[in-house]
Design a binder for this molecule. Structure first.
Ligand code: BGC
Length: 447
């Protein structure tokens, strides 16, 4: 058993069934506001139109470049779609200097263009006029498949002068300034859309793309007639439109205050975007570690944990990595190999079992709340689509590396879904590569 003070501190994270159902209700309303033309401007869940209307058939063919910005790595990829449902991918990760996250717009786009140039030259592609799909994982209002205006930065990015601009144009200009390659950006897409596309490439029932990584968000397949912010929603010959929900912003109008804790409020204040991305800050990897750290230092101040010990490290903001939650929770009950490592790396010397039990309890509370809220989001989308069977393609470090996340998500979804609704949660490989290429290939063709 964890210490009563620890139990008391984590109380707010233990959402019961009733609260979860309330989250689903509220989210359903906010989603509808985002989709409808008259309420869209004041909606917090924006439900952006992605301009991707075709799910892959497997017959796509051609060579495309893809760029991936907005997760933990920056990557350039060359994707060859073979026409038989297979794809070959070559990629290179570039070290993304963290200073670029808060530098100037020119620095950011010049870096991307330079990396792209370097990749093309290394692969002998400098004279090929290849189409490029740009996976840009931030909220963008799109006016077309290759026009995306940045609405706000998230996940610690804060580059002045980009919000309100078409990022495709900024990148195209940077590519032309360098003059190394003949590349045209034919599509911009969110990482969730890439994830959905790459999963749907293999799995015909895939209708949702989910990311639970540094940030969180989902997209789903909506009927075109419901995508009112699409200018041709009534006349389009195509039945479907992928909607990029941007669900991270859910709660920015206060409707999630009933599930937030004092720790969430502290975390929010120290981010570069206070008051924004409320749902994301309760769920995603950028924030989970910091929430745990805040609870631990409160317990230390009360003399409940790490009694008599000090650690300089734990006092530093963001020092408790979200990967530590995965470490701690991967130890079998009663064993502490990974927990010991975390405790050591955090600079604690002692080896008290009660501390380890308390730490695990805190980590579990934070990860299970994350999975509960994510389940609420997925259930909202499944109810909205009103289907009885669905596959969800998922990517992101939390889903991939947390030892229990998949099982927790499955369990909470079952609790919330109507009986008889079947679902499958599956890792989607290479959304920002294969998914981006699928979107780019279709866009290049229709051009
Ligand atoms: C962004 C989304 C993105 C998600 C996952 C959020 O912060 O707003 O566009 O899909 O992170 O990367």
């Amino acid at each position: 058993m964890a210490h009563p003070e620890v139990e008391n501190a984590i109380k707010g994270f233990l959402l019961d069934q009733e609260k979860m159902a309330e989250v689903v209700d509220r989210m359903t309303k906010e989603m509808k506001m985002g989709l409808a033309k008259d309420t869209h401007p004041r909606a917090v869940i924006k439900c952006f139109v992605s301009y991707v209307q075709d799910l892959p058939t497997g017959k796509e063919r051609g060579k495309c470049l893809a760029l991936d910005l907005g997760g933990s790595n920056f990557r350039v990829l060359l994707v060859t779609l073979n026409g038989d449902g297979s794809a070959d991918i070559q990629s290179k990760s570039y070290v993304f200097p963290s200073t670029l996250m808060t530098g100037t717009s020119d620095e950011l786009f010049d870096f991307i263009a330079a990396s792209l140039g370097n990749f093309c030259i290394e692969n002998g592609l400098e004279n090929e006029a290849l189409p490029l799909g740009f996976t840009f994982s931030f909220p963008c209002q799109q006016k077309g498949i290759n026009k995306g205006t940045l609405v706000a930065w998230t996940k610690g990015f804060n580059v002045p002068g980009v919000v309100g601009k078409n990022v495709v144009e900024l990148l195209q200009q940077a590519i032309e300034r360098r003059g190394e390659v003949r590349i045209s950006i034919v599509a911009i897409l969110n990482d969730t859309v890439g994830t959905l596309m790459s999963c749907a490439f293999h799995n015909r029932n895939c209708r949702i793309g989910l990311i639970v990584g540094t940030g969180t968000n989902a997209c789903y397949v909506e009927k075109t007639v419901n995508a009112e912010c699409f200018e041709h929603y009534q006349t389009s010959p195509k039945q479907s439109m992928i909607i990029n929900c941007e669900w991270g912003a859910f709660g920015d109008n206060g409707v999630l205050d009933f599930v937030r804790t004092s720790y969430d409020r502290i975390v929010d204040k120290v981010t570069p975007n206070p008051g924004r991305q409320t749902f994301e800050k309760c769920i995603s990897g950028m924030y989970m570690g910091e929430i745990v750290r805040l609870i631990v230092i409160e317990m230390m101040a009360k003399g409940v944990m790490f009694h008599g010990e000090t650690s300089q490290q734990i006092q530093n903001r963001w020092s408790f990595q979200t990967a530590y939650l995965s470490d701690v929770e991967s130890d079998p009950i009663g064993e502490y190999r990974h927990t010991n490592k975390v405790i050591r790396e955090m600079g604690f010397l002692g080896n008290n079992e009660a501390d380890k039990i308390n730490l695990r309890r805190i980590c579990e509370a934070v990860s299970s709340r994350s999975a509960k809220l994510c389940a609420c989001g997925l259930v909202t989308l499944i109810n909205k689509m009103n289907i009885n069977e669905v596959v969800v393609g998922i990517d992101g470090s939390v889903y991939r590396y947390h030892p229990k996340y998949h099982d927790l998500l499955t369990m909470y979804m079952k609790q919330l879904l109507k009986p008889g609704v079947k679902f499958e949660l599956t890792v989607s490989e290479d959304g920002s590569g294969k998914g981006a290429a699928l979107v780019a290939a279709t866009a290049a063709q229709s051009k």
